[in-house]
Write a protein that binds this ligand. Sequence first.
Ligand code: ADP
Ligand code: ZN
Length: 363
Amino acid sequence: MSKNIQINTSPYSYNAVVGEGIFEEQVKEISDSFEGDINFLLVDENVEKYHSEIIDKAFEATGKRFYLMSVPEGEQSKSIDFWTTCVEFLLENGVRRNTPVFVMGGGVTGDVGGFAAASALRGAPLIHIPTTVLAMVDSSIGGKTGVNHSTGKNLIGAFYQPKKVVADIGFLKTLPRNEWTNGLSEILKYGAIERADILDRAQLFLEDDLSPISHENLIELIADCIQIKADIVEKDEFEGNIRAYLNFGHTFAHALEKDCGYQSISHGEAVYLGMLAAIDLSNQLGADLKPDKLLKYRSLYRYRVSKDQLSLEDLMNHMKFDKKRTNQHIRFVLLKEWQSPVLKIVESESAIHQAWQTALQEI
Ligand code: ADP
Ligand code: ZN
């Protein structure tokens, strides 16, 4: 079984395909659709290590010359230096405006590789092959590419849409457990802001080993999340208002990540707490939401930081200096009800304090 989602953006429409065991045939089909005799692949080092056989086989079957570059794991690859290395790799090996650049891995590889494809020759055709749950449901969709700068994360980059996204859940077999929960947070986010059934369907993450039926359910769940993101991005490609709903839980999360030096808490772990804080803040402003829908997944999150390592004052300061802040007050995505997000400027610092207290009880 595989699922196709059409994503309409201003330059063109393209498809995301989700399935299992679809990688080889997709690589061949995509390669055939471009003239020229070269394929490029930028691939996460761990994905290459675990899946080199299938990767080599798939690209050999295209009959074209094949240039592969490995992307070291970790955030340090999202740097100007490594972006330069990627662009040089493409240029020195003869990239043309119609040479496909396949970018395969998690969010890190997708961001830096996507930006290299966006900038080499002012743009070579980009194909995303996300291999983490997070990249499948979130970072490979929507056209954001880029790298970090010493003054902050994701400050250099471009909106650049891929020609296709291929999400093959077969690659998830080797994905470490904590990386699954990273993706789960974004899935729960879609459930909270848009589609109630997703909050229940995510229960397959509670299984130790996915049964065959769960494989199909996972494909459908990922496809539905991609559809939600695609619908939102379509309405608001360059991040005005509606796209901000995708930041549910993220104002709190970014502060936490920053306070932990982007080391001792993962994005997904931070987003999970951030959503609990956003729910508490929503309730203080008149909503009546029970957090159980999220709390039933609590056991999957194994926090390496504890509450007493965090300072409320620092967290508040980090929020005030979030790059997405529009004025001196902090803008949050809150819920009026489940699946009914609103953007709200909250002036009361004590309400925000209270929200932090509630969320941080969980760690
Ligand atoms: P994210 O998608 O969460 O932003 P990263 O790009 O940082 O994450 O990838 C998270 C980690 O998972 C990295 O160590 C990366 O090498 C590894 N990884 C990515 N995909 C796979 C996979 N399919 N199997 C095993 N490890 C993987
Ligand atoms: Zn996120």
